[in-house]
Design a protein around this ligand. Structure first.
Ligand SMILES: [Zn+2]
Ligand SMILES: [Zn+2]
Ligand SMILES: [Zn+2]
Length: 168
């Protein structure tokens, strides 16, 4: 009996079946667009799928490069308009500090975002961060400040990259 399975299994984040994430995101988008009476056109769906290719933030011009093979004549303005639609529908988020986009994992409701951005693998984890958001809300109230949008972005290393960094 040989036991060749390494005992230091990686955290599930790296090993999860990502096709499931992508399929689920597209299915939810289809349903939400139908309910809201807006159209998930082939291009909108294509861009959403491309953003959901992984959990890394993706820039608009990288999306343009990825769409070009399917549509030679596509213009940057079209990509931006499509991204605006997906943002409005809450299907994606803009990561301000990277000027890039990620798919939203909680697109069924309006929500605030605590984004944990890994500087090594570029993966972005979206968390509700309710306690932090409540504390910020209290602070804003004291300041008499009216917010339009609230997202907190934190840069660092994800658990997987941190472990890899410490193994060498
Ligand atoms: Zn995934
Ligand atoms: Zn979200
Ligand atoms: Zn990482």
């Amino acid at each position: 009996m040989t036991d060749s399975v390494p005992d230091s299994a990686e955290p599930p984040k790296s090993t999860h079946d990502h096709s499931h994430c992508q399929d689920k995101a597209v299915r939810i988008a289809e349903r939400l667009c139908l309910e809201r009476g807006v159209r998930l056109t082939p291009l909108r769906r294509r861009i959403l799928e491309l953003i959901w290719e992984n959990h890394q933030a993706v820039k608009a011009y990288d999306l343009l490069d990825k769409v070009r093979p399917f549509d030679q004549s596509i213009k940057p303005a079209t990509i931006y308009r499509t991204l605006d639609f997906l943002l409005e529908q809450g299907l994606i988020h803009r990561v301000e500090t990277l000027n890039a986009f990620i798919g939203c994992s909680h697109s069924e409701g309006q929500h605030e975002q605590l984004l944990l951005i890994c500087e090594r693998c570029q993966e972005v984890e979206e968390r509700p961060g309710q306690a932090i958001m409540a504390a910020v809300a209290r602070e804003l109230e004291q300041a008499g400040f009216t917010l339009h949008r609230k997202a907190i972005e934190i840069h660092g290393l994800c658990a997987r990259c941190f472990l890899q960094g410490n193994q060498t």
